[in-house]
Design a protein around this ligand. Structure first.
Ligand code: PMP
Length: 423
């Protein structure tokens, strides 16, 4: 309970689960950083619309027109939610991973990319075809800005450059100095994309105020269902690039040429990168979640969440065996994501016990941010042998770390508890 404001109703809040020790308990879903439960409001909006849905941009039929309106209004809602500038475009994608891969495919061929080694793999890896500079893990927000400035000062000042940074860590919950990093990038003629997958569910993200060039986020972390995401921002690179997917919807006109080939006139709107029949329900869900969060008021949501963050951290501080993981230190501002290790416990076993014996769902592992978690656990981020087994294959249980030998020992993975507007 909280004295600040009530949680927003979400799906699955009253699910009961059996315990191995007998009986059952109301499940506590505390893995919002993997996927947040959908808001009841989103579910209701989708249920009201679902009987009428049709394919968008596909004809004069009433249902297609209705869906097209909903789809394009959703684009406007997301643009408002992100405080987009008049010249920005909102492209609907499948996820943050998809959004950042789309941008990676659209950057100019000679673009230099600057990315911290601490990024989530979705922002660390898509740039593999570009010339990438990986920045070492900073230990303060100030160091993050300084190391970026140093790296940018060394670059070819005439070529295009892009900085990619996560607004809030999905491992430590810590906030990154996005506005300062954007100013540093722009001062050196570089552009910046914000991975807001973890930030947007917890904080207002204003693209113009932060002065970032692009923002990416996922519906399933923003209290909407899976399958839809957003890339919003400057149109120029996106529209100069080949379509992300080639197909219907991205092309305005297609004609056979006299020489036997095919001429294609691609759209220059967001549709250029949205080929195929779009996920209209997913997109509408994102818009519904954006409206619900705006109406609830981010000030209320942040105040409530910060109260919960303090309570969890105070509780963990009372357990001498617990070590909370942090890059920027205890006082760093953070969202409702807290990772820790427990002395004498293998993290996977600990997380399994929380679920089976207490009905508390948390995540264990390296959280798709292997170099960051390895740095936080004191492993050598450059030595895969030092860092234990890779993350589990789909369908497998995640890695089981070695029991610590003495003292704190060394965990190979961590436990993460995360929550948000529905908690
Ligand atoms: N960036 C961050 C910070 C994330 O937390 C996540 C999801 N855990 C992603 C990117 C990738 O999001 P998705 O899996 O929806 O593509």
């Amino acid at each position: 309970d909280s004295s600040v404001c009530a949680p927003l109703p979400v799906l699955g809040q009253d699910v009961t689960v059996p315990l191995v020790t007998g009986g059952e308990v109301t499940y506590a879903a505390l893995d919002y950083a993997a996927s947040a439960p959908a808001l009841q409001r989103v579910w209701d909006d989708v249920a009201a619309y679902a009987p009428y849905y049709g394919s968008v941009h596909r004809g004069a039929g009433y249902l297609s027109q209705l869906s097209t309106d909903l789809f394009e209004n959703s684009r406007r809602t997301v643009a408002e939610f992100l405080g987009c500038r008049a010249e920005d475009q909102v492209v609907f994608t499948r996820s943050t991973t998809d959004s950042l891969n789309l941008l990676a495919a659209a950057i100019p061929a000679d673009c230099q990319v600057f990315v911290y080694e601490t990024e989530h793999h979705a922002s660390l890896l898509p740039w593999r075809n570009a010339q990438v500079t990986y920045l070492n893990a900073p230990r303060t927000p100030g160091q993050a800005v300084e190391s970026l400035e140093r790296a940018l000062a060394d670059r070819d000042p005439y070529g295009p450059a892009l900085v990619c940074v996560t607004g809030a860590s999905n491992v430590t919950g810590e906030l990154w100095p996005v506005k300062e990093l954007a100013a540093a990038a722009h001062a050196h003629g570089a552009r910046i994309v914000l991975d807001a997958a973890q930030l947007a569910p917890h904080h207002p993200v204003d693209i113009a105020e932060l002065d970032v060039d692009w923002v990416a986020f996922s519906g399933h972390k923003l209290y909407a269902p899976f399958g839809s995401g957003v890339l919003a921002g400057r149109a120029d690179w996106l529209q100069a690039a080949d379509p992300y997917l080639a197909g219907g919807g991205a092309s305005r006109k297609v004609a056979r040429r006299a020489d036997g080939g095919v001429d294609v006139d691609w759209h220059t709107t967001a549709a250029r990168h949205e080929a195929g029949s779009p996920n209209v329900i997913g997109v509408y869900s994102i818009a519904s979640a954006c409206k619900a969060l705006t109406e609830a008021g981010f000030d209320n949501l942040v105040a409530r969440e910060q109260e919960l963050v303090s309570r969890v951290r105070e509780g963990l501080a009372e357990v001498p065996e617990v070590q909370v993981l942090s890059l920027f230190g205890d006082d760093a501002p953070r969202v409702g994501v807290i990772s820790f290790v427990v002395r004498g416990w293998n993290s996977s076993h600990f997380a399994a016990a929380l679920s089976a014996e207490y009905g508390i769902g948390v995540r264990d592992g390296l959280f798709c941010a292997h170099p960051l978690v390895r740095t936080l656990l004191g492993s050598d981020p450059q030595d895969p042998g030092e860092c234990g087994a890779p993350e589990a294959e789909p369908g497998e249980r995640s890695e089981v770390g070695v029991p610590p030998a003495e003292g704190w020992g060394r965990s190979l993975n961590a436990i993460r508890v995360s929550f948000g507007a529905g908690t």
